[in-house]
Write a protein that binds this ligand. Sequence first.
Ligand code: HEM
Length: 372
Amino acid sequence: MLSNATLDKTYELRRREVRQTVGYLYSKAGSPVNVGEQMFLTILNVVTSMLWGGTVEGEARASLGAEFRQVISETTELLGMPNISDFFPTLAPLDLQGAVKRMKKPMDKLNAIIENIIDQRLKKERESGSSSALEFKDFVQFLLQLKDDEDSKTPLTMDHIKALLLDMVVGGSDTSSNSIEFVMAEIINKPEVMRRAQQELVEVVGKDNLVEESHIHKLPYLLAIMKESLRLHPALPLLIPHCPSESCTVGSYSIPKGSRVFVNAWAIHRDPSIWDNPSEFNPERFLNSQWDFSGNDFSYFPFGSGRRICAGIAMAERMVLYSVATLLHSFDWKVPEGNNLDLTEKFGIVLKLEKPLVAIPTPRLSDPTFYE
Ligand code: HEM
């Protein structure tokens, strides 16, 4: 589902959602909008339509999207909370901070949403006679077939399927939308960066044309902006906790088997022995640089590294670049009069802006049909 070949085939899904967001922003032209919320809804719809073909529209888009965002936010907040049970596992059964108890409510809600989706899919299959009768094969359909395949080398249970779907929705939506929010906040904070990115878009896309995903490989300055924003604000600042299956030694530290290892990518990305003026937002440092998202260089790895590297890098790169390119090509952005742009970060397993980015879009394209 996340390979470049499949992503090429599902471009229409991303395009449809991004165009819908542009239409919404056009209807709000001149008024403040919550950028992160809009981007969350856009990504949520893209991820869910790739997983099970379902999108949220109209009124339901705002209400289900807001509910989903709240539940995912609660879950990721609890996941990232320092928990005494992690450091003293013998205390875990006591759940001293009540983390396990508090996790139950959002997890029950997420489970109910996912179960409902699987039930609907099974019902549809029963009605149509077979799964292959469905119009197009999405991830849920693929997993359900794999579960029923007796010769499969990967035995799957319904719990595995639910966990995989949750992983994708939670892992894909909050990370990508927060990353887009940080990119936009940094750009709005530095008007010269916004102008240069828009100039690049005019040269590559033109003003009488729409941004397409195929353009993003021709926008080196925009890619440098994404890399620089992920350097300062990696979506998962401590990656995802790792757990070695064997005792090992790393950089002369011995790591016992089974210990919980947090890698502080946030601090490495701001290490003054690696980066000049580490706290400055300066996309130029990434123009013609050796740093990429492969995780092969331990001074820059916003998607992690090695066997557990992010499974969604290709999709994240497409979604972030395509969304930001479209937002900047279609609109000028500023914060409401009298408001200061506050880039203070809020730490958790997912890094967020302490104060959500609220900004005003002003259309830049003369032809109103580009906003339909
Ligand atoms: C800008 C957006 C994103 C960022 C910055 C990001 C970052 C990361 C990071 C740092 C990890 C942990 C890697 C490690 O511990 O070494 C991870 C894991 C993962 N990500 Fe992403 N991610 C993003 C978007 C996505 C998307 C769009 C999807 C899928 C729809 C996705 C799916 C996953 C999955 C499934 C894992 C777990 C991989 C495993 O444990 O084998 N991510 N991501």
